[in-house]
Ligand binder design. Structure first.
Ligand SMILES: Cc1cc2nc3c(=O)[nH]c(=O)nc-3n(C[C@H](O)[C@H](O)[C@H](O)COP(=O)(O)O)c2cc1C
Length: 400
């Protein structure tokens, strides 16, 4: 028999082989972690060390949890439903052990993770040798147990149909739609889309006493985590007939006075805010499994503030702001372009066209700010701040 030329990746039609393949990847990441320890001691925090820390973080933050969920939510329950006699007796001791191993490894990871974060960011070089040793040893013993007991039992007991069921569940967990002969049933697919959140946690002692400072902390972490458009937020307003209306805008400033964005004062949202200044903002930072909800009343920024921001925008954006009657209907794109060309011609060579009256900033003055951190099995953390009559912030935990 000749060895395969490439390291072949098994398909989800062989779910037990996929789980074994995951173990091989875990072993590679564990060896990177051990090499990183030596590298840091000998060479300090180099670019190579940062890349290694990022790879390890990426793997154990995401893929390893998916693998644990495969076992906890599908493989072991399916085995428990199928096994009888000696197999069932073995599972009675093995399943609690595996669940406890997962918890122990999660706890060990929680101590290593902040150190790896600072190494990846290039701001630290501390990596606990003890922590690495415990984590690697716990994983190795755990994988050996699964490979010698759980996997052979599944291969022996599962029918072809059960293997297909397991493979499909694992595929869906990774957001990969299984191949289907006919058009997928959207309702079934939506029901099966179930991301479990395991990135982090949020406790009363983690949260800063000032919610604006806490927002600043999370915003900085969203930027560092390279979340896509971390400054994009949903803005919900209310129409004069009491109906909600929402859209995305970009936050341009935040401080103790509130959260600021810029727009057209005559737009739909501008008219709605003139009628009812209550509004809600929402940030969703998917990569960090975080949501921030902010509610309060909206005021216009001063003309001087709006001028200051208008004047630092790129010239073409300033021309757009002058040319567009945002939210008003127009017959076609050509008319819109003609309006822009007319504005550009009128402004001519002038580098600093004045801000039009209809364009400026709004600032939402917060009365309620909620920080939401996704947790496993929908048991999320929610910490809410509300401002009392004296203007003091009070903090409370809410049920998920
Ligand atoms: C990522 C993103 C960022 C946006 N940023 C702004 C913004 O900062 N200001 C703005 O007026 N519109 C922004 N928009 C467009 C708004 O979502 C919306 O279409 C526009 O403001 C008109 O809304 P209205 O008719 O409800 O007033 C953005 C849209 C997206 C998708």
């Amino acid at each position: 028999m000749t060895a395969p030329l490439f390291d072949t990746v098994p398909g989800f039609d062989q779910p037990i082989a996929v789980l074994k393949h995951c173990h091989d990847k875990i072993r590679k990441q564990l060896s990177t972690l051990q090499n990183l320890l030596v590298h840091l001691l000998q060479q300090g925090n180099t670019t190579e060390a940062q890349q290694a820390a990022k790879a390890v973080l990426q793997y154990f933050d995401k893929a390893a949890h998916l693998h644990h969920d495969d076992e906890e939510q599908d493989l072991m329950p399916m085995l428990q439903a199928t096994a009888i006699g000696d197999d069932a007796a073995l599972l009675q001791t093995l399943v609690p052990e595996i669940l406890a191993d997962h918890q122990r490894m999660d706890a060990a990871w929680a101590t290593l993770r902040p150190e790896l974060d600072t190494i990846a960011a290039g701001t630290g070089k501390q990596l606990s040798a003890h922590g690495v040793r415990d984590y690697v040893a716990a994983y190795q013993a755990h994988m050996a147990k699964e490979e010698s007991q759980l996997a052979p039992m599944a291969k022996r007991l599962f029918s072809a149909q059960q293997m297909a069921q397991l493979g499909t569940a694992m595929q869906r967990r990774r957001g990969i739609a299984p191949e289907v002969a006919e058009a997928p049933d959207a309702a079934a697919l939506l029901a099966a889309m179930r991301t479990d959140y395991a990135h982090s946690s949020l406790s009363e002692s983690d949260v800063l006493a000032d919610p604006i400072a806490q927002f600043q902390k999370w915003f900085g972490e969203a930027v560092n985590a390279q979340v896509g458009e971390p400054n994009a937020m949903s803005l919900a307003t209310v129409t004069p007939d009491g109906k909600p209306s929402s859209r995305i805008v970009l936050i341009k400033q935040f401080d103790e006075r509130g959260f600021t964005w810029y727009t057209n004062y005559d737009s739909d949202k501008g008219q709605q805010l003139a009628h009812n200044p209550h509004a809600a903002l929402l940030f969703f930072w998917r990569e960090l499994e975080r949501q921030v909800r902010i509610e309060g009343t909206v005021v216009k920024t001063t003309a001087a503030e709006s001028d200051e921001y208008f004047n630092v925008r790129p010239l073409l954006s300033r021309l757009s702001a002058i040319a567009s009657q945002q939210s008003a209907p127009i017959s076609d794109r050509a008319t819109l372009e003609a309006n822009y060309a007319a504005v550009a011609a009128a402004v001519g060579e002038e580098a600093h066209p004045p801000r039009p009256e209809h364009w400026g900033g709004y600032r939402l003055q917060p009365e309620r700010i909620e920080f939401w951190q996704g947790r496993r099995s929908r048991f999320h953390d929610r910490i809410v701040f509300t401002r009392d009559a004296e203007g003091q912030w009070n903090m409370q935990r809410l049920q998920p």
